[in-house]
Design a protein around this ligand. Sequence first.
Ligand code: FAD
Ligand code: AMP
Length: 478
Amino acid sequence: MSDSYDIVVIGAGPAGYHAAIRAAQLGMSVACVDKTLGANGEASLGGTCLNVGCIPSKALLDVSHRFATTKDFAALGLKVADVELDLAGVQAHKDSVVQKLTSGVGMLFKGNGVTPYQGVGSLLPGSDVKVTKPDGSEETLVAKHVILATGSEPMRIGAAPVDNDRIVDSTGALEFTEVPKRLGIIGAGIIGLELGSVWARFGSEVVVLEALEKFLPSADERIARDALRSFTKQGLDIRLGTRVLHSENYGDGVRVTYLVNDEEQSLECDKLIVAVGRAPYTAQLLDDDSAVNLDERGFIFVNEQCETDASDVYAVGDAVRGPMLAHKGMEEGVMVAERIAGAKPSVNYDCIPSVIYTHPEIAWVGQTEQELRENGQDYKAGSFSLGANGRALASADAEGMVKIVSDADSDRILGVHVLGPQASELIAQAVIAMEFGATAEDLGLIMFAHPTLSEAVHEAALGVAGHAIHAVNRQRRK
Ligand code: FAD
Ligand code: AMP
């Protein structure tokens, strides 16, 4: 007899495991099917994020940042003997964090009564799920509701086919056992910049080839400009307007040919990272007769509530429209579990924070000035430089700024943009303020502890009305 559940979730990444745990908390019987195997051949829950995404990349970013900043110690009055890189030790640290968190999801499943299944899940017509186990055996789970959370995979381009040796994707780039002397990266998006930062700090000469003429087009224009200058100073050679045409092995490395101003140029490197984006992953997921549809870009088609075209089947996370971010999938997973339980929550897609974990970090939520201008919306802006923030100066880490834009009439905050250390943490204040419909004046009236980086958020809010204290305001108002 088949096992039956109130909910079967396919995919145990952040979107799927949040859905599963929340549904179990709400008293439903839940199974979660996932196919990922760790290096030890055992199930490794947590999806891309915990295994080969957010977490391992942040482990390498944080360690490499500490390594790179030791050279600044002398200016702070600290003498250290030469700091040496032990890359095997760094990788062991990264792997142990991944192991701790992926096994932690297993423990959370156990504690909440979620039944895990190892294997590939496929949605059969209706809402039953077939699980194909690693040994090839099959089992059918009977489900009242199914949540598809199969995530995404690195996008491929014919111009640089990944061979997992010289040409790697983001997963391969987290596993280098030696620091490449010359590292090429295709794509100056979030993943390309983060991985480029890691290996540049460890000593690689990094060249980033980016097809677009504009650097980080979704970020605030001023912040993107300042960030480009900062990354260039750190040794990232970011070449905009360069479209990669093809790549070929030569000697021990790769020769990449690219087009710039209609002229072919080439780059020789030891390793090449392809970081041109991610595509939704739905291989083997849908039976031919399933009523679930994909959109024209291959995402599972859903409405605002993450309902697919098939009744009782939902889809969440990277496999559906919207930014491919772990926290966006987590909130969708929780929303769907609660809606199945009869509640009516929704996800506020206008308030999703974006973060790039370089140094300085870049974080934003809401709209940019350029978007508001394009939409013809009147707005006010206030910004504050970390160069005038006591805490940032005390920590010798004062590169960056906070910018707040608010509606010209209502003063309601429309967007907050941060470049600086801990921008990823500072942006949470902006998300909270915007979720509560705060005005810039509201933020300006709140007391912030001194000395903190957060005071820059306060000052930027005061700056919207022209009365930041530690800045000479261009417009003076009462
Ligand atoms: P996934 O995490 O991709 O999980 C899907 C799971 O489903 C996987 O385990 C997969 O094997 C499994 N699966 C797929 N099909 C089936 C099937 N048919 N049967 C069974 N199992 C199946 N996002 C952030 O928000 N912050 C970051 O700092 C960040 N850094 C990143 C760094 C890198 C290098 C990368 C690659 C990504 C990063 N991301 C980051 C993106 C983030 O990892 C994804 O947005 C997130 O993992 C998506 O979650 P998900 O649950 O939708 O899918
Ligand atoms: P993201 O979508 O944020 O992961 O960023 C991926 C980046 O890769 C985008 O900015 C693309 O413009 C860039 N890109 C895609 N294809 C190419 C290519 N053939 N050559 C150079 N850059 C590319």
